[in-house]
Ligand binder design. Structure first.
Ligand code: ADP
Ligand code: MG
Length: 291
């Protein structure tokens, strides 16, 4: 496309809330063959709420105080849901020490002299804590599209909770439009497989790659690219940044983290997946109307 066409296209994009860095992304977007979507904050709102809490040894509010103390130091969207729930119950959140976050896994810290671990099944297993007793409940929560979270206090399984994140109202339609354009759509997430499949089913995605660590997201993109796919990746989180950079076109959700935006070629200001379809249409128009 001519420099004028690129300028016009970029300007139109800006009016639609699609910020395009440089002419190359605008020229290439119509060539995409696969669109990979992060789940939390991309397909879903990224504003999860605590929906279930089963406490074992301690009363519910006591366990929730300990969990909130740890999550108050985490930046994960799941953490905000837990802290919000504790505050809504009027609980006083104690201070936590020696906080540590393990990306794609969970968090740990010391609260009132006890070691508190919060995360997925793999995280607790790595710390030698069996979650078998809660297997049935965790499966049920996941098939409802909720994310089960396990908690251990002083080396003993203490609670199972679930957090659910509503799907953005436009996700299903945008995904249907991408598929009508002939694109493959893949859901890529660090979340539980069952949870991811439940969310995917609700928005019409059949290809799901779940329980991946941040490095795993890059590996999956490389695998698709190795098969000759031209891949667009849409994401919002710090953990998506390497994959956004690896993609042929990285697309950040504007309400997401700065790191994701910096790693991307395109930013969708409204964070609505219709922006992906619009960016592709804009690219097509730029490359066909003015040669
Ligand atoms: P996503 O790709 O959906 O954004 P992440 O890679 O950030 O997911 O996290 C993967 C999983 O690790 C979460 O679904 C959760 O089970 C666990 N996890 C990560 N951080 C936390 C946290 N602060 N509290 C509880 N669980 C967490
Ligand atoms: Mg995310």
């Amino acid at each position: 496309a001519t420099p004028t066409a690129i300028l016009v296209g970029t300007g139109k994009g800006a009016q639609l809330g699609i910020l395009i860095k440089g002419g190359a992304a605008l020229e290439q977007a119509h060539k995409l063959t696969t669109v990979v979507l992060d789940k939390t904050g991309t397909v879903t709102e990224g504003k999860p709420a605590l929906t279930n809490l089963t406490a074992f040894a301690l009363p519910e509010d006591d366990i929730l105080r300990l969990i909130a103390a740890v999550e108050a130091l985490s930046e994960h969207p799941l953490a905000a849901a837990i802290v919000g729930a504790a505050k809504a119950r009027g609980l006083t959140i104690p201070p936590a020490e020696a906080f540590e976050a393990v990306p794609g896994r969970g968090v740990r810290a010391q609260v009132e002299g006890q070691v508190v671990l919060i995360g997925n099944q793999a995280f607790l297993a790595e710390q030698g804590i069996a979650t078998d007793a809660t297997h049935t409940e965790a499966e049920r929560l996941a098939t409802e599209g909720k994310t089960p979270i396990f908690v251990a206090v002083s080396g003993t399984l203490a609670a199972v909770l679930a957090v659910a994140d509503p799907i953005k109202p436009t996700s299903q339609d945008a995904i249907a439009r991408l598929k009508r354009l002939g694109l493959e759509v893949v859901l890529l997430t660090g979340d539980n497989k069952k949870t991811a499949e439940a969310v995917a089913a609700q928005v019409g995605i059949t290809r799901v790659v779940a329980e991946v660590l941040p490095e795993g997201k890059v590996a999956e993109l490389k695998r698709l690219q190795g098969m000759g796919q031209i891949v667009g990746m849409v994401g919002d989180g710090i953990n998506d940044a390497p994959a956004l950079a690896q993609a042929d076109i990285g697309i950040a959700i504007g309400t997401g983290t700065d790191v994701a935006i910096e790693a991307s070629d395109i930013t969708l200001i409204k964070g609505d997946l219709q922006g992906v379809v619009n960016a592709i249409a804009l690219s097509k128009a730029t490359m066909t109307t003015i040669k």
